[in-house]
Ligand binder design. Structure first.
Ligand code: MTE
Ligand code: HPA
Ligand code: MOS
Length: 761
């Protein structure tokens, strides 16, 4: 099989032929919906009058909580979130009513006419305050290993401090949206921009009060999800479905950008305390951390996100004594949700902050501590899993050598010695990220493969294509098993009638889980067809048959029997040409009571070196380069994988350096437009990103021996934060800077020039 290195959607994407939800043709007479939402972050609804909206031109209905036939509940993990507010509102932007009209513009106009009196209640936007007031999503959770309390006395250095990281807006190019078409017998077909078609189907069944088999959810592709559509694509889909069933008309609901930003949750901000203990030669003996997670007004996925924070708060280091406690705090902001890394980045930021501070106080370079403590095979993670095929040291060593770290450091030091207005900083960022949903049950997927009588192949799985290339990888899997070219294989839309009980495409596991299911189904079909071919070609026992180039090959030589002819014969002989298969990740288990187990199929490793230059007069900076040795396993599509790495790195740098989600004290989102929320553009991109593929990394747990790639590279972005810290330090060695991300140009400037808060002793 020739190795393939492209994204199968690329040509369609760049020529504008790819369809997204808003491009699809909808039935004539489709109505359009707009959402009326709370303009107050916490309060009691005293009066709601929808009559003026209903009287507006072209309006067909205004739906409120009263119109819900089933349960007004969309909370996936904890039932604490209504679809539409009933008596109280808990965040600015919380949906209260749905207006359905002839056009989206009329629906929005009418929504402005709704009268709603809300009696204000106190607003909390700070997770620590929520914790002080006992406003928690659930009881605190702790991951613990060794004996932290006993070991502080053995440490030469013990440091306590605080680390904070901010939220992040997903900013998928395609905003949230769905359309729903009523079907015979009281059912509904929903087309949704969701990462989790089953999540939409399940929640819709509950709210609409109808069985799941009356609901079909279909997804072609998303214009980005990044976790923001794992749980939070659901409400809009249900609203459209509710309206469609009520009016017996197709209804479409697409959020305008600003409403999307106001109504949906983001990456969880964290405010955390840490205590780290080391020997004088930099060996970390103990880490204690308390994470205050800003969950927002409802649980959403926060408990699962918090677990991953606790799992990843030792990053790629072996720390023998750890106590990590997570407190999920209920505040009055939109419920925060999954975002690339799923709590992992926040955990890793903490340990990197602790190492940075320790190095600063010990008067050594952070990379000395980082290098000293890297994981090795056989080391046990605080959650009980033992490392296997650990690549932490290999990726570090290869990055150090390939990119000549020592000479870069020397060059940076020389630059800093002769420049005052510009300072450079360099940081090393190793990563270790566990692959599997932290909730073991979710690690399953299915595939349905048909071979049609003309030889063409159709594949349906639970995987959702959101730009990450999962459909390309699934198609490649089938192509390699059947020996067929690209045009013979089609990955169909993700549809709950063809793939049932699917997990969302998330946790970077989409290609592994759905690819493995596809592999099982295709392998069964191949065996069946090969055995027919043996008869057709009158093979004897020792003959070996394979498929390649749309032909059957015998003992390495091409035969006259083509794939198409063989499929035809199978069809005439009434041989089954369809296969359905399920894959469930083996070996994994986790005990929530003890917070121990083997939650991950495997880990992804890598090491990045990041260099920045700060303009100390203006506070602006440039990322000079990001140099990475990354463990892709045996990559079977280098273009797709490189795209994931580069995209993830950019998004991670954005989170750490410039993107700032700000709420006013009254809970209103201040950064609700692209003029106030800055994401990295081409000018902010690193001048150079050089990602190398680690050789000789086998991974039998991944699809085609590869490793999942969707999320891990995001965390290299953390290195940009510490590169900036190092540059600031070069400018003001007399100061100790707060460990608070993002390090925006504004923060850089104030950090350099504000009066010394903590002078270095
Ligand atoms: N890449 C693109 N282009 N668009 C996306 O929305 N989402 C990321 C990552 N890469 C995303 C992306 C996230 S959060 C995850 S979990 C994975 O893709 C999901 O896809 P996978 O499981 O197939 O890797
Ligand atoms: N990662 C991403 N999404 C998830 C997870 C996870 O571990 N668990 C539940 N949803
Ligand atoms: Mo990704 S945050 O797991 O959708």
């Amino acid at each position: 099989m020739k190795s393939i290195s492209k994204h199968f959607d690329a040509a369609r994407h760049v020529s504008g032929l790819s369809q997204f939800l808003d491009d699809m043709s909808v039935p004539e007479g489709t109505l359009h919906a707009a959402v009326f939402y709370a303009k107050m972050a916490h309060g009691h609804i005293k009066r709601l009058n929808t009559a003026p909206a209903l009287a507006h031109t072209g309006v067909h209905a205004v739906l409120t909580a009263q119109d819900i036939r089933g349960e007004n509940q969309i909370g996936g993990i904890i039932p604490d979130e209504p679809l539409l507010a009933e008596s109280d509102v808990h965040f600015w932007g919380q949906p209260i009513a749905v207006v359905v009209a002839e056009t989206a513009a009329l629906a929005r106009e009418a929504a402005h006419l709704i009268e709603c009196d809300i009696e204000p209640l106190p607003v909390i936007t700070d997770p620590r305050q929520a914790a002080r007031e006992g406003k928690l999503i659930m009881p605190a959770r702790t991951v613990e290993t060794g004996n932290v309390d006993a070991v502080w006395a053995e440490c030469d250095i013990v440091i306590e401090d605080k680390a904070e990281s901010g939220g992040q807006e997903h900013l998928y190019l395609e905003t949230q949206g769905a359309f729903a078409i009523p079907t015979e017998g009281g059912g509904v077909r929903i087309v949704s921009s969701t990462q989790g078609p089953t999540a939409v189907q399940r929640a819709a069944a509950k709210v609409l009060g109808i069985p799941m088999h009356l609901i079909e959810v279909d997804v072609l592709r998303l214009g980005g999800g990044f976790g923001g559509k794992e749980d939070q694509a659901t409400p809009w889909a249900i609203m459209a479905a509710m309206a469609a069933l009520r009016l017996n008309r197709a209804v479409k609901l697409v959020l305008p950008r600003q409403e999307d930003m106001r109504m949906t949750g983001k990456r969880h901000p964290y405010s955390s305390d840490f205590k780290i203990g080391l020997t004088k030669d930099g060996k970390i003996l103990a880490l204690e951390a308390t994470f205050y997670q800003d969950a927002g007004a409802a649980a959403d996925l926060s408990p699962a996100v918090l677990d991953r924070t606790l799992f990843h708060c030792t990053n790629s280091y072996f720390i023998p004594n750890v106590r990590a406690t997570g407190i999920s705090c209920r505040t009055n902001v939109p419920p925060n949700t999954a975002f690339r890394g799923f709590g992992g980045p926040q955990g890793m930021f903490l340990v990197e902050a602790a190492i940075y501070r320790a190095a600063e106080i010990m008067g050594i370079e952070p990379h000395v501590i980082q290098r000293t403590n890297l994981l090795r095979d056989g080391d046990t993670f605080p959650y009980g899993q033992v490392t296997e095929r650990c690549q932490a040291e290999r990726t570090w060593n290869e990055a150090e050598q390939t990119f000549e770290l020592a000479s870069s450091q020397k060059r940076v030091a020389e630059f800093n010695a002769i420049n005052t207005l510009h300072k450079k900083g360099i940081a090393v960022m190793p990563i270790c990220f566990g692959i599997s949903f932290t909730n073991t049950m979710m690690n399953q997927a299915s595939a349905l493969v048909h071979i049609y009588s003309d030889g063409s192949v159709s594949i349906s799985t639970g995987a959702v294509e959101m730009g990450q290339g999962v459909n390309t990888k699934i198609a490649q899997t089938a192509m390699s098993i059947f020996g067929l070219p690209e045009h013979c294989v089609k990955v169909q839309t993700t549809n709950t009638s063809r793939a049932a009980n699917t997990s969302p495409t998330a946790a970077s596991a989409g290609a592994d889980l759905n690819g493995k299911a596809t592999e099982i189904a295709c392998t069964a079909l191949r065996e069946r067809l090969l055995s027919l071919a043996r008869t057709e070609l009158a093979c004897s026992e020792g003959d070996s048959l394979t498929f390649s180039e749309e032909k059957v090959w015998k003992n390495g030589a091409e035969t006259n029997l083509s794939w198409n002819a063989l499929v035809q014969t199978a069809f005439f002989q009434r041989i089954k040409l369809s296969e359905q298969a399920q894959y469930a990740t083996p070996r994994i288990h986790f005990d929530k009571a003890t917070m121990k187990g083997h939650p991950f199929a495997y880990h992804v490793y890598g090491t990045a070196i990041i260099e920045v230059t700060v303009d100390c007069l203006r506070g602006t900076y440039e990322v000079e380069n990001v140099q990475v040795v990354h463990d892709f396993g045996q990559s079977f599509n280098r273009t797709v994988d490189l795209g994931q790495a580069e995209g993830g790195i950019m998004q991670g740098i954005g989170w750490m350096t410039m993107e700032e989600v700000l709420y006013a004290e009254n809970g209103r989102l201040l950064t609700d437009a692209l003029s106030t929320y800055k994401i990295p553009d081409i000018n902010a991109a690193p001048k150079q990103i050089d990602v190398r593929f680690l050789d000789n990394s086998e991974n039998p747990m991944g699809i085609m021996n590869s490793k999942a790639v969707g999320e891990p590279p995001f965390m290299y972005g953390i290195g940009a934060y510490f590169a900036l810290m190092n540059a600031l330090k070069a400018s003001r060695p007399d100061k100790r800077f707060l460990l608070k991300a993002p390090m925006s140009p504004e923060r850089v400037l104030t950090a350099l020039y504000e009066p010394i808060a903590v002078a270095v002793a």
